[in-house]
Design a protein around this ligand. Structure first.
Ligand code: ATP
Length: 349
């Protein structure tokens, strides 16, 4: 049994199922992201873990004990809200001390642990300020310190970086990740931002319509998406309709391309896995190939995006800057390893 186990969790609101049969095992010290679009049930799952929402079905266990019905304060979980939820009238130090005071920790120890927590989030010396006298990033750190000071068994972060500007968010990602690692603290992280999930977590659970569509590490999710939804939600993909003739032979853009495909399917290939080749270059054994015409090339700093058109469709090839970029209008081949082809059935609208 893992340190933290969610088994068959379900939560309904009226007729709507917010979370539908979510099971997840998290090891001690592991950081797991719940990633998915708005409304997929991430926050409800996190709130069930924290004890803020009671599940209709299923169970949660922590370190071998059943905590499904325990009130929030007896679960020893640190929760960082999206809005930080700091008390504006209290100093930073008192905000951080709050959970320890509630637990009746002696005053001297509180003072020592608050100082430790302030140092950990690099806010030493700012304990006497009020939250409004801090920047957004600093307030974020206070919220983190407040969650960590109780030495939680599990740290829960709910979209906690989404109020920060892009640069600060990036810095905080690395900072939280390194604190999480150095403390070895088991963490669940809710986000709709895939970069956040990919950079901050050991594993990612991609959620869709109240369920976990796939769980795995960044490479699993990105290179081996289990469902069409995951392939579309995480990273960019070229989606090319597959045609099948009466004999079951498949083609794309009207060009023969052998694929294992259902009746109505699309081919998914990541733009970075494709490369542009001269039309005269013969296709290798293990390569898939289409030909088309270059519509345009866009320089995006570290790479160039080449838009290729053929057979009424378009695709994008992402190639490193510095490689030879074909002229607009040139006839080219687009080549990729067969193993990089993913096929998913078309979904009913
Ligand atoms: P977001 O990223 O927008 O916060 P989310 O993935 O966290 O989305 P949840 O907040 O878990 O999604 O919500 C899942 C579904 O349950 C949504 O359809 C939402 O409208 C519904 N829901 C959540 N809380 C309640 C509630 N208290 N009452 C009724 N419906 C709710």
């Amino acid at each position: 049994m893992s340190y933290l186990e969610l088994a068959g969790l379900q939560k309904r609101y009226g007729n709507a199922v917010a979370v539908d049969d979510v099971s997840l095992s998290v090891e001690q010290g592991e950081s797991v992201a719940l990633l998915g679009p708005s409304g997929c049930g991430k926050t409800t799952t996190l709130r069930m873990l924290a004890g803020l929402v009671a599940p209709d079905r299923g169970a949660i266990s922590l370190d071998g004990g059943d905590i499904t019905r325990l009130p929030p304060h007896r679960r020893n979980m640190g929760y960082v809200f999206q809005s930080y939820a700091l008390f504006p009238h209290l100093t930073v130090a008192r905000n951080i001390a709050f959970g320890l005071e509630e637990r009746g920790v002696p005053r001297q120890e509180i003072a020592r642990r608050v100082d430790e927590a302030l140092a950990l989030v690099r806010l030493a010396g700012l304990g006497q300020r009020r939250p409004k006298e801090l920047s957004g990033g600093q307030q974020q750190r206070v919220a983190l310190a407040r969650a960590l000071v109780i030495r939680p068994s599990v740290l829960l972060l709910d979209e906690s970086l989404s109020n920060l500007d892009a640069k600060l968010r990036d810095a905080m990602r690395h900072e939280i990740r390194s604190i999480q690692r150095s403390l070895g603290i088991t963490t669940l992280f809710v986000t709709h931002d895939q970069v956040e999930a990919l950079t901050m977590c050991d594993r990612i659970a991609v959620m869709h319509r109240g369920r976990i569509a796939q769980i795995g590490n960044a490479e699993d999710i990105y290179d081996r998406p289990a469902t069409r939804f995951v392939a579309e939600f995480v990273g960019r993909a070229n989606v090319l309709p597959i045609q099948r003739d009466a004999q079951g032979r498949t083609s794309v853009w009207g060009q023969p391309l052998p694929l294992e495909a259902p009746e109505d399917g699309d081919l998914f290939v990541r733009p970075q896995r494709m490369r542009i080749a001269p039309v005269s270059e013969p296709a290798g054994e293990s390569a898939a190939r289409l030909t088309g015409r270059v519509l345009r090339s866009v320089f995006v700093g570290d790479h160039v995006e080449v838009l290729v058109e053929g057979g009424g469709g378009q695709l994008t090839v992402e190639t490193p800057s510095g490689t030879t970029i074909p002229m607009e209008g040139a006839e080219v081949a687009v080549v990729w390893p067969r193993a990089e082809s993913r096929v998913f059935a078309r979904e009913a609208p």
